[in-house]
Design a protein around this ligand. Structure first.
Ligand SMILES: [Ca+2]
Ligand SMILES: [Ca+2]
Length: 273
């Protein structure tokens, strides 16, 4: 008689899952998340469980969750529900791949070589918030995705120094409306993070009245800056993001055709440190 017919085949082990992961991505940059390895129940008593990936220097990094541990009756009845400390997950390289690996010893003894593997679970870790840094220096004579508003219709690229273009607003159209948004752009943001906008600005000739520039971030307005200097000044403003996007604008509060000229350079939007 064939001996094979009498061997008891172990039932397949259940799939592992990660609570808190979405489409295979575990984003722990949000500190409220409490990730845990979960599974359906199994029948075998001794287990190993780890999360294995790489750290920021590219070295292998392993978080050991169970090392030859006897499964609890709770685990045998309901499967894994094993939290992974967030502070451990922060040691993986941001945006790297890691694997949850589980093993079972069918006979319950501690010989790690006589084990069966759970189906592998591969995940991507995100553990750092994206930092925004977007500088438009106008040197390629583009607006870098910013759009002109009613206060910026006369914007033109001018050479401020060899290879260094800036944007000049002459406000020469007598019938024109020179007050309002000069440039604006929508940026992706993280709720609660602080973002800063800045720009270099100067006046070009002695005419008056002066331009009166201010930034807005969504509904927050900076103080109005009177642009009276013929040398570069850096204007700055910051605000806290209230949603996943924010509209940043440079505005002019001065409608005059006379005077009201200004040149801008190095328009920067970034995450505050
Ligand atoms: Ca420039
Ligand atoms: Ca003018």
């Amino acid at each position: 008689m064939n001996k094979q017919a009498f061997e008891i085949q172990p039932p397949p082990l259940p799939a592992l899952d990660m609570s808190g992961a979405v489409d295979g991505v575990l984003d722990v940059s949000n500190s409220d998340l409490k990730p845990a390895v979960t599974s359906n129940p199994w029948a075998q008593p001794r287990l190993w469980l780890e999360a294995a990936g790489i750290d920021n220097s590219g070295q292998n990094h392993t978080i050991t969750l169970y090392e030859s541990q006897t499964a609890t009756p709770e685990q045998q009845a309901h499967g894994f529900n094993t939290p992974i400390p967030r502070e451990e997950l922060l040691n993986f390289a941001n945006k790297s791949t890691f694997h949850i690996k589980g093993k079972i010893a069918f006979d319950g003894n501690s010989d790690e070589t006589a084990t069966e593997l759970f189906p592998p679970l591969e995940l991507t870790i995100i553990n750092q918030k994206e930092k925004l840094y977007e500088l438009v220096d106008f040197d390629d004579q583009t607006y870098g995705g910013w759009t002109k508003g009613p206060g910026g219709v006369e914007l033109q690229f001018v050479l401020d120094a060899p290879g260094d273009y800036a944007l000049f607003n002459n406000t020469s159209d007598v019938g024109g409306q020179h007050k309002g948004i000069v440039l604006q752009k929508t940026f992706p943001t993280t709720v609660g993070e602080i973002y800063e906008v800045s720009v270099d600005v100067k006046k070009v000739n002695a005419g008056t009245p002066h331009a009166m520039l201010f930034f807005s971030i969504d509904n927050d307005n900076s103080p109005i800056n009177t642009i009276s200097k013929l040398t570069w000044t850096n204007l700055k403003f910051s605000a806290t993001a209230a949603s996943n996007t924010m509209v940043v604008a440079l505005n002019n509060d001065q409608s005059s055709t006379n005077g009201n000229d200004f040149t801008i350079n190095n328009l920067l939007v970034k995450s505050a440190l």
